[in-house]
Ligand binder design. Structure first.
Ligand SMILES: Cc1ncc(C[n+]2csc(CCOP(=O)(O)OP(=O)(O)O)c2C)c(N)n1
Ligand code: SF4
Length: 288
């Protein structure tokens, strides 16, 4: 670890994205081959593009996460950031947005955090169309706590708590977000870095509840328990089974990890008044 720090300190040229990272916290906690760093990298690229295009100001960007390996992202990114309670990122983000509507509020967290313990918040913020962005780093398992089964673990795959294979039907997250009311829904894997960046850029600029799912390798737990291999094997799996479609069918976005497609693309891009606009409209009408 000391070696990594000193190499970084002695490096003559700073990386252009260092300004977005709390490099003093490195080395990070992620295992080799984990996809979370890729998501962070692509997110920072998207923000950098939008800043240079004069479309957002990084000083108005807030990152909120819950608990888990994915939840560490808020701690590594040098924006105003909040590492909240497990499952509590979305209500926290909602409060921030309502208190200061000028902020661009982004939740970045894991599948366990967002749709297990935080599942209720996930659907109700979408129903209300709160103007926040929610990024789910879906690695199909509880990473930080040792690989327990979660609500996106595919049927029949293995986790520390399902030695006979998972027998619970998983969520199809794009379908869940869309049917709850999200105005923007996209899914990419960590292999689709350019398309993911485009989705981050689009959703950061779009008013309303925007959801981006990133299918991400957890080589240490999900891939090991399900005998898929290491990080690179997961990427090869994504390459082999991902199908990118224009207007993909939400009902076909389930993931089985048994050779079925991982359907990727932009599922939803629609407009409806967000929570604050609707609330203001009702208040105005009642005072007339
Ligand atoms: C109230 C509460 N319950 C349980 C935990 C333990 N816990 C910490 S992280 C985590 C799972 C996180 O899984 P996920 O959101 O999928 O993130 P990953 O680690 O896979 O990125 C759990 C159950 C906790 N911190 N707080
Ligand atoms: S346990 Fe899994 S999700 Fe957590 S850092 Fe390691 S590879 Fe990534």
């Amino acid at each position: 670890m000391a070696g990594i720090k000193s190499i970084r300190a002695e490096s003559a040229v700073a990386h252009p994205y260092d300004k977005y990272l709390r490099t003093e916290r490195f080395p990070h906690i992620f295992c080799a081959g984990c996809g979370i760093g890729t998501v962070m990298n692509v997110f920072v690229e998207a923000v950098d593009d939008l800043e240079r295009e004069g479309k957002i100001e990084a000083k108005n960007l807030v990152i909120v996460s819950g608990i888990g390996c994915s939840g560490r992202v808020a701690g590594y990114l040098r924006f105003a950031s909040f590492h909240t309670t497990h499952g509590g990122a979305i209500p926290f983000a909602t409060g921030l947005k309502l208190a200061n509507p000028n902020l661009t509020v982004v939740v970045i967290s894991g599948d366990g955090d967002l749709v297990a313990i935080g599942g209720n918040h996930f659907i109700h913020a979408a129903r209300r169309n709160v103007d926040i962005n929610v990024v789910c780093i879906n690695n199909f398992i509880y990473g930080m706590t040792g690989g327990q089964v979660g609500p996106t673990t595919p049927l029949g795959t293995y986790a520390s708590t399902t030695p006979y294979g998972n027998y619970e039907i998983p969520f199809n997250l794009p379908h869940l977000a869309a049917s709850s009311g999200a105005v923007y829904v996209a899914r990419w894997t960590t292999l689709h870095m350019h398309r993911l960046k485009d989705s981050f850029k689009e959703s950061l600029l779009k008013p309303g509840y925007c959801f981006v799912e990133v299918i991400s390798p957890c080589p240490e737990l999900f891939a090991r328990y399900s005998k898929i291999g290491k990080g690179l094997d997961m990427m090869k799996y994504f390459q082999q089974y991902s199908v990118v479609e224009e207007n993909p069918d939400l009902s076909k976005a389930g993931i089985d990890f048994k050779g079925g497609n991982i359907l990727c693309g932009k599922f939803v891009d629609r407009d409806r008044p967000d929570f604050l606009a609707t609330m203001r409209e009702f208040v105005k009408k009642s005072l007339e």
